[in-house]
Design a protein around this ligand. Structure first.
Ligand code: RIB
Ligand code: CA
Length: 354
């Protein structure tokens, strides 16, 4: 090629590169998610995670499914309906799921310790009353999960923030369910082979897996691509008054709710530290690079006894751990960027309805 033409060609290529670099990146379609939750108003972390999700344009919340855990199913469902109404997001449908774990029956100890998963009395009226207009859908959560995943094969991510009862039941209802879920992002478990891997409910078991160990085992063995957010990473995400104060300087329906529910707690005990269990799982859907992971094989002990509900994980399969599946396990996070993003989203003006 003559030198003049070669120069022209390389100028053309340089110009094209410049134009492409300057053009705004094509907007990614929002990720379709189902928010599966043992919901309760703040200070519970599920609601603090939902605030982030509602203000994240990268996520398209198709529906919210409730399950017994932190509180009874009735309380969780009543709280989420009220919260959606107050925050102007009554357009998101809510489906009631399992009122009790697959097999686990609460003991006298459970009724004294945390959660209301062992029985389902009606919800007492929350401050300000129940949702005035919004009601749960007539369709149940398990049926909804199956139908939605069938309608959008390999496109739906389930953000599972409570006991895994609904997901295990969906797998039992539809044997094709697991193959068609895009990804499961699960807050649950603790891995003793990694730092900070003790339990938070029994010495070695994390709460969500302890409440329904059989469901956790079924789901972890399902073959669905799993991103597991265990206590190992939650323990690095410590929400204190410093961050609360930065949130409540903004005045939006969300920050008003946070002030109403967390204000008295921080006023009484300013040294309070709240671990951001479910928020880490939610944020990692939007900004996965903020959280460090390792590929580990993980399984759950569902045998009655001292280790009921304990998750066990390691870099290789071990004798007796043949059921374990490989998944991404979160171990650490970039705290400064994480909390900045969380606060930025939670304090943003409300997003318009879909
Ligand atoms: O162990 C912490 C988990 O148990 C969180 O998801 C919390 O909301 C409860 O469900
Ligand atoms: Ca939860």
């Amino acid at each position: 090629m003559p030198t003049g033409r070669r120069r022209q060609t390389s100028l053309g290529v340089a110009l094209l590169c410049f134009v492409l670099a300057a053009a705004p990146a094509a907007a990614q379609p929002a990720q379709k998610i189902i928010f599966d939750t043992d919901f309760a108003f703040p200070p519970q972390d599920d609601s603090m995670a939902l605030f982030f999700v509602l203000n994240s344009p990268e996520l398209d919340v198709l529906g919210i499914t409730t399950v017994a855990g932190n509180r009874s199913l009735n309380v969780g469902t009543a709280d989420v309906l009220k919260l959606l109404e107050v925050t102007g997001r009554a357009d998101i449908p809510v489906y009631e799921g399992a009122a009790a774990p697959l097999l686990h029956v609460g003991t006298a100890w459970d009724t004294k310790v945390h959660g209301g998963w062992f029985s389902n009395p009606p919800a007492p009226a929350p401050p300000g009353g129940f949702a005035a207009k919004k009601a749960a859908e007539r369709q149940g959560a398990v049926d909804y999960l199956v139908q939605t995943v069938r309608a959008h094969p390999k496109q739906v991510t389930i953000l599972a923030l409570g006991p895994l009862t609904n997901i295990a039941m969906a797998m039992r209802m539809d044997t094709g369910f697991a193959a068609n879920v895009k990804q499961l992002v699960i807050m649950g478990g603790a891995v003793a082979a990694l730092p900070d891997g003790a339990g938070n409910h029994t010495p070695n078991a994390e709460f969500n897996f302890y409440v329904d160990p059989e469901a956790a085992q079924i789901v972890l063995r399902s073959g669905i691509p799993i991103l597991l957010s265990p206590l190992n990473v939650s323990r690095k995400a410590r929400f204190t008054k410093e961050w609360y104060d930065r949130i409540v300087v903004a005045d939006t329906p969300i920050t008003r709710l946070i002030r109403e529910h967390l204000g008295p707690r921080f006023a009484k005990r300013p040294e309070t530290v709240m671990l951001m269990y479910d928020q880490v799982a939610a944020v990692s859907l939007v900004a996965p690079s903020l959280v460090k992971t390792v590929d580990y094989f993980v399984d759950v002990d569902a045998n009655p006894g001292a280790n009921y509900g304990v998750s066990v994980g390691g870099p290789e399969i071990w004798p007796g751990g043949e059921g374990a599946r490989k998944m991404q396990v979160q171990t650490d996070l970039d705290w400064d960027r994480f909390i900045r993003l969380y606060i930025e989203r939670v304090t943003a003006p409300a997003r318009p309805r879909r």
